[in-house]
Write a protein that binds this ligand. Structure first.
Ligand SMILES: *[C@@H]1O[C@H](CO)[C@@H](O)[C@H](O)[C@H]1NC(C)=O
Ligand SMILES: *[C@@H]1O[C@H](CO)[C@@H](O)[C@H](O)[C@H]1NC(C)=O
Ligand SMILES: *[C@@H]1O[C@H](CO)[C@@H](O)[C@H](O)[C@H]1NC(C)=O
Length: 625
């Protein structure tokens, strides 16, 4: 129940006094002398406790909301009356929870659970004679961050807290006095400041570059996680030991109420936290505490890089089919007009066409004898100038960029095609879990029925390299793995990602001391140290660098790499050689035909009807007088 400080205490005080003076205890009082004596004692203690709480509200907790809990072993009438005073039921974050009790146990006092303990808790005992250590070391209190106990000891109130890392862990703060406890920090000192050289057991799994991996087969594991652990242990004076794999080799999923893999080891309390980054999912958040996010990443799809367009097509590609067709029509029409004009010259269509094509191929034309046709020729020259310049510029453009069939850049494009299915290895990762339940997932639903999970990573990668599957996983990890482990280069990442995720270390639910690590991880993050470590690991792994010969849109990481200049090779000129080959074949055929059917040749080229053969000699360029 929650009461504002202004109203709560006077009401509580009034009520407790009234209750202990006989009204609420009426039923019990009648049952025996002993009880009434105890009740009277309790009333005195209660009065003193409430006075103390009032001082706490004026002193250490002056700018906080207070939430009260009462022992259920208090007579029902007392509790009913208190709950009728409460107006709100939801706890306020960062409020100070005050619990008044005779006997403190999880059952008798409603303080939330191990999974949702109050953050700041002031325990006020209404009787003396508690075993203070066993009282404070109850497991369900382990998630409380700021903890203090006030208990009557020989006529006055003593104040204790628990330092969980040290031994002996009970810490006496002094006798209660509003003058000694004036600030929040004096009543609730940082219980985790001194780790007293605790040894943390860190659950880590190898093959998680750049976080935790081996550079060579038997070398020491390295990575961003190792660096962070080392920095934290120096700063906070703890030591740690690590594992290198989970018992079953998986990351951990919830199966039949039990967590498997790395997460299971933390959940069962065998290890204190994971040093690998985990992504928050719904059921993970229910079962674990997540630390400060260490890095942001994306869950992306990786596809086989499309085979580049055949280079011999390069000569055709400057113009679209429409332009080529229009050009052909223009040539035919011009030829027709020319032929009409040149009729007197006994010229024919094939000859005029050849005459016009010369300009297109950047050859000069022999002078036309017809003054009237000069107008047409000059227009045709202008057309040819534009067409040849456009063709040349586009060809240059094509030679300087590597071109591929348009890569898939968005998830809707991927969903629209039907040949590529999605895959991920089924090792209990966040992604595989999500893909198993694609029907619940907005972005994955459209791929339903097109998802295959392979038991092994290499099978999923093989699906990707065969072009049948898109590999879905956390991007950084996959990029590194494809480059270093599988030595694959022919892949690209679809620009639109499924989702952006944050990787955090994972702690057992109700781990209060994680805030200590979080503070320092936050500090490392804000000062850019983690980012720098991350970059250094990537550099070491030779990932994310610009590489030669990669075109825009199709490379390891479209965000970071771009096209870069590259020299032309003979393969780029395939188109020319292709044409040359065709020309040779054609000329050989013509040669053979000429040799065998001389008459046929004559019908091809009526001698005398054509302008004289063209030679690249200076005088052919001068117009005839
Ligand atoms: C509180 O604990 C004491 C000692 O353990 C016990 O004698 C007493 O019965 C308990 N009172 C209640 C109300 O549970
Ligand atoms: C860590 O230990 C050293 C020496 O044992 C001590 O001087 C230092 O204050 C400790 N630091 C913390 C944060 O406890
Ligand atoms: C760490 O885990 C071990 C069990 O492996 C446990 O005994 C210990 O109390 C844990 N340490 C902390 C600070 O929770």
């Amino acid at each position: 129940m929650i009461m504002t400080p202004a109203t709560a205490v006077p009401k509580l005080l009034l009520f407790l006094t009234a209750a202990f003076q006989g009204e609420a205890f009426g039923g019990i009082k009648r049952s025996g002398r002993e009880w009434s004596e105890q009740a009277a004692g309790v009333a005195v203690e209660a009065e003193r406790a409430v006075k103390m709480v009032r001082q706490v509200m004026k002193g250490p907790a002056r700018d906080r909301t207070l939430t009260f809990s009462l022992d259920t072993t208090l007579p029902a009438t007392v509790r009913d009356a208190i709950s009728s005073l409460s107006q709100f039921q939801s706890p306020v974050t960062d409020s100070l929870h005050v619990a008044l009790f005779f006997n403190l146990s999880h059952q008798t006092i409603n303080l939330g659970s191990v999974t949702h303990p109050p953050r700041h808790l002031l325990l006020v005992s209404l009787r003396s004679g508690h075993d203070v250590t066993s009282l404070l070391t109850q497991p369900w209190l382990s998630g409380v961050q700021s903890l203090a106990l006030v208990t009557p000891v020989s006529g006055s109130l003593a104040t204790y807290t628990l330092l969980p890392f040290c031994s002996p862990s009970l810490h006496y703060l002094g006798h209660w006095s509003p003058h000694t406890f004036t600030t929040w920090e004096s009543l609730f000192p940082d219980r985790f400041l001194n780790t007293c050289h605790t040894v943390f057991h860190v659950a880590l799994k190898l093959e998680d570059p750049p976080y935790f991996y081996r550079r060579r087969l038997h070398s020491q594991p390295v990575g961003v996680s190792v660096n962070i652990l080392r920095a934290l242990s120096t700063k906070l004076n703890f030591s740690y030991d690590v594992t290198e794999d989970s018992l079953d080799g998986t990351w951990g999923v919830l199966e039949g109420g039990e967590w498997s893999g790395l997460l299971g080891m933390v959940n069962r309390g065998e290890y204190n936290f994971t040093g690998n980054g985990f992504i928050k999912s719904w059921e993970r958040r229910e079962a674990f505490d997540f630390g400060e996010p260490i890095y942001q990443d994306k869950v992306s799809v990786f596809l086989k890089k499309p085979v580049s367009v055949q280079a011999w097509m390069d000569l055709v590609r400057p113009f679209s089919v429409g332009v080529w067709a229009a050009l052909l029509v223009a040539l035919l029409l011009s030829s027709a007009f020319f032929t009409l004009q040149a009729r007197v010259q006994r010229s024919n269509m094939s000859v005029t066409s050849l005459y016009l094509v010369r300009v297109l191929l950047s050859q000069s034309t022999p002078p036309s004898g017809q003054p009237r046709s000069r107008l047409l020729v000059s227009v045709w020259l202008l057309v040819c100038l534009i067409i040849t310049s456009a063709f040349t510029s586009n060809l240059v453009g094509i030679f300087t960029t590597n071109t591929f069939p348009a890569p898939i850049t968005s998830l809707s494009q991927l969903a629209a095609q039907t040949t590529i299915r999605l895959t991920t290895p089924d090792y209990g990762s966040f992604t595989s879990n999500r893909m198993k339940r694609a029907e619940d997932d907005v972005s994955l639903r459209r791929f339903q029925g097109r998802i295959d999970l392979f038991p092994l990573q290499c099978e999923a990668v093989a699906g990707m390299t065969a072009g049948t599957h898109g590999f879905v996983e956390v991007a950084t990890h996959t990029m590194i793995m494809l480059t270093t482990k599988y030595k694959k280069r022919n892949w690209y990442r679809v620009k639109e990602a499924f989702l952006t995720v944050e990787m955090s270390w994972v702690y057992k639910k109700g781990t209060a001391w994680k805030t200590k690590l979080d503070e320092n991880i936050k500090w490392l993050k804000y000062t850019g140290v983690i980012e720098q470590w991350y970059k250094m690991e990537l550099q070491h792994l030779d990932v994310g660098k610009k590489r030669q010969g990669r075109g825009k849109g199709v490379n390891d990481d479209p965000d970071t790499t771009g096209g870069r200049g590259r020299p032309l090779t003979t393969s780029h000129l395939q188109g020319l050689f292709f044409l040359l080959g065709l020309a040779w074949v054609f000329s050989i055929v013509v040669f053979l035909l000429e040799k065998t059917h001389e008459k046929m040749c004559c019908s091809f080229c009526p001698i005398g009807s054509v302008p004289p053969p063209f030679h690249l000699t200076p005088d052919s360029l001068t117009p005839p007088s």
